[in-house]
Structures are given as C-alpha cells and as structure tokens.
Design a protein. Structure first.
Length: 231
C-alpha cells in the first residue's frame, strides 16, 4: 500500500475547554498516538496498559520512548464529526497527534491527499454481506464482453439446433403410438370406427341460448384472444 500523509486541524475537547491542534494523518502509521508532551500539557488522564507495546520508527529503529505504557482517551472534532479515541502516549518528535491505519479503517473517510479534502460517509447505511467469488478481480469491461458472448452463444445454439427425428423424442414404450405424436395426426380428429358412440338429439327440441359457465365481458375478451392466438 502506498503511504500517504497530511496534517489536518481538529478541535480537541478536554472537559472544560476546546483546544485546536494539528494531527498528522498517516496511512503508514500502525496506531493512533498523542505525544507525551501534549498529553501532559492538556492534563489528560492516562490509563496504564496491562502489557506494554514496543514502538518502532518507520525505518524499524526503536522510538525514543521505546515502549508505550499508557493511553489517553481523547474526544475531538474534525469538522462537525465528533470522535472519541484511545490514543497511545509516545514520543512523536515534532508531531502532537498521529492518526494512523486503525483510525482510517474505522471511519473509512474519502481523502484527496493532493487537496487535503476529507469526506466522511453517511452514518446511516445498509450493511450487505459481501459474497466473494471469481468475479471480484475481473475487469468490468471483460465482464460486459463475457455477458455479450454468452447471449450470442445461446442465440447461435438455438438457431443451429438440428431437428431430431420423432423416434428419438418418444419413449420406447410409446413407440407403437408414434403416429399420435406426429404433427399432422395431432391436428385431425381420429378416424371413425364402428364402436364410436353417437349422440342422438331429439328432433324439434328448442336449444337454450345460454352458456353453461357465463363469463364477464373482460373474461370473455381474454378467452377470445387466447383462442384466436392458440387455435
């Protein structure tokens, strides 16, 4: 990760007063710090750590304080954003406060390191569990082309699909009735046979001009459209 840093103004609240300070925002720092001198001047209450923490400089050498033994809980404002952090008390040379990667990860601000502008995301957000997969590291342009290729392939397969003979489509146990599945036979009534039952109508009986299941005008229209399209 490329290291970036810049100084930002903040208003530090000490309980009875607000003091303006400059903090070093540093993506290369692995902690959040306040200088021992600044903590003493502001008379900040310190909390002793159960286990001391070794502090190294950027070049890997031990810091002048060597170890962090205390933290100071500090409330401060950046713009109108209020924050409370436990800062490690250490020797910082000429710096008063350092906000490092723990702070950047927690607040995840949008930073323009060239102009010094900082924007915080809206506090109200929808948490959606991210599903990681093979598409995570694929360029967007490639994905768009891949989707196009898939659709084109499906269309090509549909156009070039060969028409299979009816014998391959009918199960073996129905092969004797193959004729019933043929398109020509399915569009005709079966041939008349001697044992067909007849329906004898009584002569002179007046027919009823009604429907067994009357439909509403809308239902009738939908039925007519369906019959027209499918018959």
């Amino acid at each position: 990760m490329e290291r970036n840093s810049m100084r930002i103004p903040l208003a530090l609240y000490t309980g009875d007063q607000i003091v303006e300070k400059l903090a070093l925002l540093d993506s290369g720092a692995e902690g959040n710090f306040i200088s021992r001198i600044t903590a003493r001047k502001l008379r900040l209450p310190l909390t002793k750590l159960e286990k001391r923490v070794k502090v190294l400089n950027v070049d890997g050498t031990l810091n002048t304080s060597a170890y962090v033994t205390h933290t100071a809980r500090v409330t401060f404002f950046i713009g109108d954003r209020k924050m409370t952090e436990d800062l490690m008390v250490s020797g910082l040379g000429g710096e008063q406060l350092i906000l490092g990667m723990p702070w950047l990860r927690h607040y995840n601000p949008q930073i323009n390191w060239q102009t010094g502008e900082i924007h915080f995301p809206l506090r109200r957000k929808l948490n959606i569990k991210r599903v990681r997969g093979v598409l995570d590291h694929t360029p967007a342009e490639v994905l768009i082309r891949a989707k196009t290729s898939v659709s084109q392939t499906l269309e090509h397969n549909q156009k070039t699909e060969e028409k299979k003979p009816i014998e391959e489509l009918i199960p073996d146990f129905l092969i004797d009735y193959k004729r019933q599945f043929e398109k020509h036979a399915s569009e005709r009534f079966p041939e008349s046979r001697p044992y067909d039952h007849t329906i004898d109508l009584k002569p002179g009986v007046e027919t009823l001009n009604c429907k067994v299941y009357p439909l509403s005008p809308i239902e009738q229209q939908l039925q007519n459209e369906f019959l027209t399209d499918n018959l």
